[in-house]
Design a protein around this ligand. Structure first.
Ligand SMILES: Nc1ncnc2c1ncn2[C@@H]1O[C@H](COP(=O)(O)OP(=O)(O)OP(=O)(O)O)[C@@H](O)[C@H]1O
Ligand SMILES: [Mg+2]
Length: 452
């Protein structure tokens, strides 16, 4: 039996352009290499994150949490992204900035609930009878449209499929014909047709496809000629999230219009979620499905309020909970929505369940190394002195400020017809764009003047 896996993209990577150079944790046998996978320094934090990745993969992290703590710009978000990269595509990873839960349209606990359920994968196995083979002949029979005689619509199809050991001609109705047309299936393609539902899946161009003309200009990936009989049992694996199932269940209960127009699933009722959980448990018990706890990453977690925190604590205890990774750059601060002070603005009962990873400020050499990587990523060529100067800025103000100056500095150089960024260009953008401490200072001066 062959094994096909459909991976539904479940991760959101919206805020990571600043982290596009991060490809992983840069570990070898659990030890962090000084510079690898776009990662520089921060050795202990990366090695700790590596252990977390192992625990997640071995299923030993479910229901637990991680807190990344460190000053601004020390790579907390970068490490969380690296963890996602290490986990691979099959483990759901959902990233959320705590401020995002305060939406005008949806309750904040609903935003959190949806994020949690997007972070839990369900791998569903299903054995189906399919016709599989390379298309060697295909004839679609057209007829007049019943309401529009000028239009032709497919009525049926005769299709010949071939494997290494068999060739068979099948007759199928309009639904199959439509799918063959809409998926652009041609002679030489390997396809599956579900024997029961008629669902067509185009696998790819066959290695043994007859070439038309002299040139083979298709860039599609080639697939081997299928073996064995045309009609066979195949195991399909679909990975969906609990949230996908919630949405399907909600739509199913809303009738045709919502199926057509989508939407209408802003808030999902708890009955729907209960029903989905029950169904999934049944599937698991019957051996048809497997639960894959993914990761929910909440950045700037001090922005959550007490209600959101108690929701999280409760949710972490439930059987179907993702692994929670939190990050913050705050020390002792008030928990939002209360006047209680707590470490990192997080209630103690939640803190108790978290493993804490610390990120440290960078040395000048590390800042320089990160700037080099970012410059390459943003295709900015730097003169040596310009890199030195940016490194000093990074050390004195912040790494993020120095990184942010790269592309504007390139613009300035280009305006003057140069390709490489010089110290002069960096000086210029530095005077045009200020860092946060400077911008705050600036406003303060005026507040003192006017707001008294
Ligand atoms: N060790 C590192 N190696 C490579 N790039 C890094 C490293 N640390 C940080 N960076 C990059 O530096 C920039 C700032 O880091 P990042 O945003 O991860 O900091 P942070 O700790 O999340 O800061 P904040 O507390 O402000 O959220 C990002 O572009 C990030 O990708
Ligand atoms: Mg961050």
């Amino acid at each position: 039996m062959s094994h096909i896996s459909e991976v539904v993209p479940t991760r959101r990577f919206e805020r990571i352009s600043a982290h596009s150079h991060i490809r992983g944790l840069g570990l070898k046998d659990g030890k962090a290499l000084p510079v690898a996978d776009g990662m520089v320094g921060q050795i202990e934090a990366r090695e700790a994150a590596g252990i977390v990745v192992r625990m997640i993969k071995e299923g030993k992290m479910a229901g637990r949490g991680i807190l990344l703590v460190g000053p601004p710009g020390t790579g907390k978000t970068a490490i969380a992204i690296a963890i996602a990269r290490e986990l691979g595509r099959d483990t759901p990873f959902v990233a959320l900035s705590a401020a995002e839960i305060y939406s005008a349209e949806i309750k904040k606990t609903e935003v959190l609930m949806q994020a949690m359920r997007k972070a839990i994968g369900v791998r569903i196995r299903e054995v189906r009878k399919v016709y599989e083979g390379m298309v060697t002949d295909m004839n679609i029979d057209f007829t007049k449209h019943p309401y529009n005689p000028y239009q032709q619509i497919p009525r049926s199809v005769r299709i010949t499929l071939k494997t290494k050991s068999e060739e068979k001609t099948l007759r199928a109705d309009a639904t199959v014909a439509y799918q063959l047309i809409s998926q652009g299936v041609e002679i030489g393609d390997v396809i599956w047709i579900d024997a029961e539902t008629g669902r067509v899946t185009k696998v790819g161009k066959c290695e043994e496809a007859p070439t038309i003309g002299t040139y083979d200009i298709t860039s599609e990936e080639k697939v081997p000629m299928p073996r064995g009989p045309i009609l066979k049992e195949k195991e399909f694996v679909h990975t969906v999230t609990l949230h996908n199932l919630d949405e399907m269940q909600t739509r199913a209960g809303q009738g045709l219009l919502s199926l057509l127009f989508g939407g209408g699933t802003r808030e999902i009722s708890s009955e729907v979620r209960q029903r989905v959980d029950e169904t999934v448990r049944e599937w698991v018990d019957e051996g048809r499905a497997e639960i894959i706890p993914g990761v929910l990453f909440i950045d700037d977690v001090h922005m959550l309020d007490i209600e959101a925190f108690s929701f999280l604590s409760r949710a972490m205890e439930s059987e179907l909970a993702p692994i929670i990774i939190l990050a913050t750059n705050r020390g002792i601060t008030t928990i939002r929505g209360t006047d209680i002070k707590s470490p990192h603005g997080i209630p103690l009962d939640l803190l108790d369940r978290l493993l804490i990873i610390r990120t440290r400020p960078y040395t000048e050499d590390e800042i320089k190394e990160i700037l080099k990587i970012r410059a390459k990523e943003e295709k900015v060529e730097l003169e040596d002195e310009a890199l030195e100067y940016l490194t000093k800025i990074g050390a004195q103000f912040s790494l993020r400020y120095a990184v942010q100056l790269l592309t504007p500095a390139k613009e300035v150089a280009m305006l003057e017809g140069r390709k490489r960024v010089s110290v002069k260009d960096v000086e210029r953008v530095r005077s045009l764009f200020v860092d946060i401490t400077q911008s705050v200072e600036y406003i303060k001066q005026y507040e003192e003047k006017f707001l008294k």
